[in-house]
Write a protein that binds this ligand. Structure first.
Ligand SMILES: *Cc1c(COP(=O)(O)O)cnc(C)c1O
Length: 381
């Protein structure tokens, strides 16, 4: 079975991890800061806090944004549940804005309308979490204008986006947002096994992110309330969590980061092959406008006249492990129990009905891709 996504770990990566195991501290050593520095250099952001998952990263980003009980946070239904759960962890309520049928990212005119209405009702969200679905950046400049107009903290769930860019800046640069969250889960652009990071250009947010990800504890005397007791001293200033990344994981992430551009290059070449080879089939293919460079986390197609369940099954029977992204978050039983229901976000629901994610990862061979293309032709014509 050809999977839809797969990590690529080579001997350099293995050596980097073993070197930490043999010679260095396993956690709170020098590798995590190096990885954070390298992520800043790659993305162009000023500050980075590495964490043990993007889910933890989204949680601390919400906490740093000041999200508390009584607040509301908005995101899109077309994402992994973590994009919404993070608001609930803070005791806030969640609401959704539907996606645009072409980009499958947040629908900006729907956002604008919803914000205008929320302003009249005095129920604007504290934070907006946008998702760069499949590695294609949202139209950040326009979104930032809106969030600034209404004083809303703008968080990018960039779990799909590392290696992509928008206008002149790389995804994660935070040029158009307050914070960006990355994931290093094995299906993403690069992996640290489990892991994530939060990027920001604002030193105040950086300080808060560090606190919330590390027990709320600081050893920085300039942050103390009152006097230090001595060199052993530390203070807990917030109710934080242990969301640290270990140096073992960071070693893998750092080694992988040096290959990121090669991975993205390979992903975009494979995507181009799909673009050409599938153009004659009854499918909606992904569209990438010139001001964007997709990280090609996913290559997803939308069926026009075939039944998705049937096509999914036939492809699996023939060894092509397609997947589906995403079951709209608001249709999950947990979210329906909060009051959401079918019909609330019709574009996301319609996309879900017809979407298929094709195999796309750096080690996908030409022969494997040719098989995917041939099987798709067989099933769809
Ligand atoms: C993978 C993913 C996450 C969660 O990432 P973890 O590192 O596994 O916690 C969050 N949001 C999106 C959009 C994702 O694809």
């Amino acid at each position: 079975m050809i999977p839809y996504g797969k990590h690529l770990v080579d001997e350099d990566d293995v050596d980097a991890v073993v070197e930490v195991l043999r010679n260095q501290l396993l956690t709170q050593g020098t590798v995590v800061p190096k990885f954070e520095q390298a992520l800043c250099e790659y993305t162009g952001a000023n500050h980075c806090v590495a964490v043990n998952s993007a889910t933890s990263g989204l949680h601390v980003a919400c906490l740093a944004a000041g999200v508390v009980a009584g607040d509301s946070v908005w995101t899109v239904p077309n994402s992994f549940v973590a994009s919404a759960n993070c608001a609930l962890y803070c005791g806030a309520t969640i609401d959704f804005v539907d996606i645009h049928p072409l980009t499958r990212n947040i629908d900006i005119s729907a956002l604008e309308t919803k914000l205008q209405y929320a302003a009249t009702q005095n129920c604007l969200p504290k934070a907006l979490i946008v998702v760069h679905f499949s590695g294609l950046s949202c139209e950040m400049q326009t979104i930032q204008k809106l969030t600034q107009l209404y004083s809303i903290v703008l968080i990018e769930d960039a779990a799909h986006g590392l290696g992509g860019s928008y206008q002149q800046s790389r995804i994660g640069s935070c040029v158009y947002s307050d914070m960006s969250v990355l994931s290093f889960h094995p299906v993403k652009s690069i992996t640290s096994a489990e892991g994530g990071a939060v990027l920001t250009n604002q030193s105040q947010l950086y300080q808060k992110l560090q606190l919330f990800a590390k027990h709320g504890v600081t050893k920085d005397p300039s942050q103390y309330q009152g006097e230090s007791h001595g060199p052993w001293y530390y203070q807990q200033l917030e109710l934080g969590y242990n969301y640290r990344l270990s140096d073992l994981h960071a070693a893998l992430g750092l080694s992988q980061l040096s290959k990121l551009d090669v991975f993205i290059q390979k992903r975009s070449e494979l995507a181009k092959v799909y673009d050409n080879a599938l153009a004659d089939l009854p499918l909606k293919l992904p569209v990438v406008e010139p001001q964007f460079k997709s990280a090609w986390h996913l290559y997803m197609v939308e069926l026009i006249q075939h039944d998705r369940h049937h096509v999914y099954q036939q492809l699996h029977d023939k060894g092509v492990g397609v997947n589906v992204h995403y079951i709209p978050i608001h249709l999950q039983p947990y979210y329906q129990q909060l009051g959401f229901k079918e019909g609330d976000f019709p574009v996301s629901e319609h996309f879900y009905q017809n979407a298929l994610t094709l195999p796309l990862f750096p080690s996908l061979t030409d022969t494997e891709q040719a098989k995917v293309i041939a099987v798709l032709h067989e099933v769809l014509t």
